[in-house]
Design a protein around this ligand. Structure first.
Ligand SMILES: Cc1cc2nc3c(=O)[nH]c(=O)nc-3n(C[C@H](O)[C@H](O)[C@H](O)COP(=O)(O)O)c2cc1C
Length: 219
């Protein structure tokens, strides 16, 4: 049995990527890691050209990725949250899986999970609910395709302003927005996945749960 992990994070070896790799490892099964930045996937154009063939008419890497998803037994999708919702690479990838739906429901019954990396600090009710927005986008894809949603894990990521070098001069710094006007890159610090015990535990638990769900299906 094989678990496919798909990361929408464009940053090399990002928190998102490393969290996803840990979840895949925790399944205890054969896995494959995909980084969407290495592929070209246009969004669905809602033409319904895939209805009779279960194959998208757009001639890009979305075809190959949909085949990989179709042949996998479970799917873990990891995204991040620019402007407080799911990143566009991950969203376009999910939309293109619409081709696997018609008549057969190729994703029905498959376990699925989500990992969301976001910069909005956990529990801050004054800021947009970035984690929920990202999680819901993946969860609702999975639910609407009849998959078994195993859950979502949250990873604390980094607001890009922490490394842009313009924080002192910037009129609209994300550091001020998220952490208050006295915040500096030094006072905020860089969030590293491996230094977040709760996130590491949640990500591992998600992978283990998906592994167990597959073993239960197999037995
Ligand atoms: C254009 C852009 C806008 C962003 N806006 C938000 C946002 O509104 N909320 C949020 O939680 N994170 C936001 N982020 C931060 C990303 O979620 C962050 O890069 C992500 O947590 C990945 O973190 P990492 O670099 O530690 O893997 C934004 C990032 C970019 C590039």
């Amino acid at each position: 049995m094989k678990v496919l992990g798909v990361s929408g994070s464009p940053i090399k070896n990002s928190n998102t990527d490393r969290a996803l790799k840990l979840a895949l490892e925790a399944t205890g099964l054969e896995t494959e890691f995909i980084k969407l930045k290495d592929y070209t996937v246009a969004p669905c154009q809602a033409c319904l050209g895939c209805v009779k063939t279960n194959r998208c008419v757009i001639d890009d890497d979305g075809i190959e990725l949909a085949e990989k998803v179709k042949s996998a037994d479970a799917l873990i999708v990891a995204g991040f949250t620019p402007y407080s919702s799911l990143d566009s690479r991950t969203k376009a990838f999910l939309e293109r899986l619409y081709a696997l739906r018609h008549r057969h429901g190729f994703m029905m019954g498959k376990p699925g999970g989500a990992i969301i990396t976001c910069a909005v600090p956990d529990g801050n009710e004054m800021l947009p609910p970035a984690f929920d927005m990202g999680k819901n986008a993946i969860m609702f894809y999975m639910m609407e395709e009849g998959m078994e949603f195993a859950g979502a894990a949250r990873v604390d990521g980094n607001v890009p302003c922490i490394k842009c070098g313009q924080d002192k001069e910037c009129k609209i710094s994300g550091l001020d927005m998220l952490y208050g006007k006295d915040a500096t890159p030094e006072s905020v610090g860089v969030n590293i996945f491996e230094e977040q015990p709760q996130a590491v535990e949640d990500v591992k638990a998600l992978g283990q749960k998906i592994g167990q769900m597959l073993r239960d299906i197999d037995s």
